[in-house]
Ligand binder design. Structure first.
Ligand code: FAD
Ligand code: NAD
Length: 461
C-alpha cells in the first residue's frame, strides 16, 4: 500500500493544478489518470474543437466575397487541419505532463482508480498490474463522458461521439447530429463549413433551449442560412444501417414520421458523470439520481476528507468552473479561507460563428423571478465595428435592475461575443452601473465601444 497525504483522481482542469499546488505546498501527492494528462478540455474538448473552429472559419472566409476579395478556388485540406489540431493538443498535453513530472513531492500514476475502502483505492495500472493507494485527503476530478440516448437499433450503427469525431480521416459526405446545444452546434457548423451536409435533430422545441427565445431564433437563422437543416421537436425512434453502409434514422415529430439518411451520425445529446467505475459504495460518497457526486458549497462530498471538483459534480460543466473549483478547495484547505461556489459568476461562450457570450441571468430567468428590470438591446448591424468588418449577425442584450441600475446579466451573440461579454462581466463584478457604461470612454472603433450604445437603448426605449 502506497500512503500519501493527498490523492487526486483525474488529471482534468481541476485535478492537474490542484495536484501540483498540493505537492508544492509540501503534501506528498499522487495524481492518478487513466488516459491523458489535461483531461477532456485539452484532449477531446475545448482545445481541439476551438482549433478546428478556426480552420472552419478560414474555409467560410474563403467562400465569402463581401469584403471584395475573390478567392477563386480553395480546398479543405482535412489531413492538414487535423494535423494542426493534433499538434496543438499534443503540445498542450506534453507540456502539462512535463510540468507534473518535474514537480517535487508529486507522483503521476497512469491507471484506472476505484475505491476499495473509505480512504483506500486500487489502481489498475496502464503499464500492467495493480497497486493500492491510501490518503487522508482524496479529490475526485473524473469528469464526464458522452451520454448515449436509448434509441432502438443504435448499437447496430457506428455512431460518432465528440471524442471519436476528432479522429476522422475524411470529411463526412453528410452527418446527422442528435442534440442541438453546445457540442451539436459547434460541430455542426464546423463540419458544414468543411463541406458536410448537416442535419441537427433536437428533441426540445428549440435549439439551445436554456437560452432566451431571441437567442435560439437568431442562431437558428444564421445556421440555416449556411445550409444546415435543423429539426426541433424531433424524437428519434429507430436507427438502421443501410445496404450501402449509411445510417437511416426514423424520427417522429408530432404525429408525423420521417426517415433521414446520412453517411455519419454524431451523438451530442449531453454528458454524464464518470462515477460508475469509482466504486463509491466503498466510501460514504453519495451520488444523485444522475450519478453526479453530491457536494456542499465548499465542494466537500458526504464523506469527510473527500472532495469532488469539475464536471463530476452537478452544475455548470465548463473548464473555467473546474479550474475555479480547485482554487476554492485549495485555499480553504491551505490558507484557511472560507470560499464557496455560491454566487460565483458563471460566464460561458459557445463557439459558433458568431459566438454566444453569456453571463449572469437571462431575460427569461429575470422575468420568471418577477424582478423590476430594464432591458437594453442593440442589433450588431448598428455596431460601427461590425459594419466595418461586415460581421453584422446577432445582438447584444443586457438586463438591468430598474432600481439599482446594476447589470444582472448580459448576452452577446456576435463576432467575438465572448470577449465583449467579458467586458460586461467585469462591469458587473465591479458594480459599474448601466448609466456609467453609457458614458464610459472606450477606444473607437472597437466592438466594446458599442456598450455605450447598448445602454443608450434603455433611454431611447
Ligand atoms: C467537445 C467538447 C468541447 C468543449 N468545449 C468547451 C469550451 O469551449 N469551453 C469550456 O469551458 N468547456 C468546454 N467543454 C467542457 C470542458 O471540457 C469540461 O468542463 C472540463 O474539461 C471539465 O474538467 P474536469 O476537471 O471536470 O474533468 P475532465 O477534463 O473531464 O478530466 C477528467 C479526467 O479524469 C480521468 N478519469 C476518469 N475516471 C478515472 C478513473 N477512475 N481513474 C483515473 N482517471 C480517471 C479522465 O481520463 C480525464 O482525464 C467542452 C467539452 C467537450 C466534450
Ligand atoms: N463552448 C463551450 O463552453 C462548450 C462546448 C462544448 C461542450 N461544452 C460542455 O459540454 C457539455 C455537454 O454539451 P452537449 O451539447 O452535449 O450537451 P447539453 O446537455 O448542453 O445539450 C444536449 C442537447 O441534446 C438534446 N437532446 C438530448 N437527448 C436528445 C435526443 N434523444 N434527441 C434529440 N435531442 C436530444 C437536449 O435537449 C439538449 O438540447 C455542456 O454541458 C457544456 O458545458 C461546452
Amino acid at each position: 500500500m502506497k500512503i500519501y497525504d493527498a490523492i487526486v483522481i483525474g488529471s482534468g482542469q481541476a485535478g492537474t493544478p490542484l495536484a501540483k499546488k498540493l505537492a508544492k505546498a509540501g503534501k506528498k501527492t499522487a495524481l492518478i489518470e487513466k488516459r491523458f494528462v489535461g483531461g477532456t478540455c485539452v484532449n477531446d474538448g475545448c482545445t481541439p474543437t476551438k482549433t478546428l473552429v478556426a480552420s472552419a472559419r478560414a474555409a467560410f472566409m474563403a467562400k465569402r466575397k463581401d469584403l471584395g476579395i475573390d478567392v477563386s478556388a480553395y480546398k479543405v485540406d482535412f489531413p492538414a487541419i487535423m494535423q494542426r489540431k493534433n499538434d496543438i493538443v499534443e503540445k498542450s498535453r506534453d507540456g502539462g505532463q512535463k510540468g507534473l513530472e518535474e514537480t517535487e513531492n508529486l507522483d503521476l500514476v497512469f491507471g484506472d482508480a476505484s475505491f476499495t475502502g473509505k480512504k483506500t483505492l486500487t489502481v489498475k495500472l496502464n503499464a500492467g498490474g495493480e497497486e493500492e493507494f491510501s490518503a487522508e485527503l482524496i479529490f475526485i476530478d473524473t469528469g464526464a463522458k458522452t451520454s448515449i440516448p436509448k434509441i432502438e437499433g443504435l448499437e447496430t450503427v457506428s455512431y460518432l461521439t465528440s471524442t471519436t469525431i476528432l479522429d476522422l480521416k475524411e470529411v463526412p459526405e453528410s452527418m446527422i447530429i442528435i442534440g442541438g446545444n453546445y457540442i451539436g452546434l459547434e460541430f455542426g457548423q464546423m463540419f458544414s463549413r468543411f463541406g458536410s451536409k448537416i442535419t441537427i435533430l433536437e428533441k426540445g422545441k428549440t435549439i439551445m433551449s436554456r437560452e432566451d427565445a431571441d437567442v435560439s431564433e437568431a442562431v437558428t437563422q444564421f445556421l440555416t442560412e449556411e445550409g444546415i437543416n435543423i429539426i426541433c421537436g424531433a424524437e428519434t425512434t429507430k436507427a438502421e444501417k443501410t445496404a450501402d453502409g449509411k445510417i437511416t434514422l426514423t424520427i417522429k415529430k408530432e404525429d408525423n414520421q420521417q426517415q433521414i439518411t446520412a453517411s455519419h451520425l454524431l451523438i451530442a445529446a449531453g454528458r454524464s458523470p464518470q462515477t460508475e467505475a469509482l466504486n463509491l459504495e466503498q466510501t460514504g460518497v453519495e451520488v444523485d439520481e444522475k450519478g453526479y457526486i453530491k457536494v456542499n458549497d465548499k465542494l466537500e462530498t458526504t464523506a469527510a476528507g473527500i472532495y469532488a471538483l469539475g464536471d463530476v459534480k452537478p452544475g455548470p460543466a465548463f473548464t473555467h468552473i473546474a479550474y475555479n473549483d480547485h482554487l476554492i478547495v485549495l485555499k480553504n484547505l491551505l490558507e484557511n479561507a472560507d470560499l464557496s461556489i455560491k454566487g460565483r459568476p458563471v460566464p460561458y461562450c459557445m463557439f459558433t460563428d458568431p459566438q454566444l457570450g453569456r453571463i449572469g441571468l437571462s431575460e427569461n430567468e429575470v422575468r420568471k423571478q418577477g424582478l423590476d428590470i430594464k432591458v437594453a438591446k442593440l442589433q450588431m448591424q448598428h455596431v460601427a465595428r461590425a459594419n466595418e468588418i461586415n460581421e453584422k449577425k446577432g445582438f447584444m442584450k443586457a438586463v438591468v435592475d430598474a432600481k439599482t441600475d446594476q447589470i444582472l446579466g448580459a448576452t452577446v451573440l456576435g463576432y467575438e461575443g465572448g470577449e465583449v461579454m467579458a467586458v460586461l462581466q467585469m462591469a458587473m463584478q465591479g458594480k459599474i452601473t448601466a448609466h456609467q457604461l453609457r458614458e464610459n470612454i472606450f477606444a473607437h472603433p472597437t466592438l466594446s465601444e458599442s456598450i455605450n450604445n447598448l445602454f443608450m437603448s434603455i433611454e431611447e426605449a
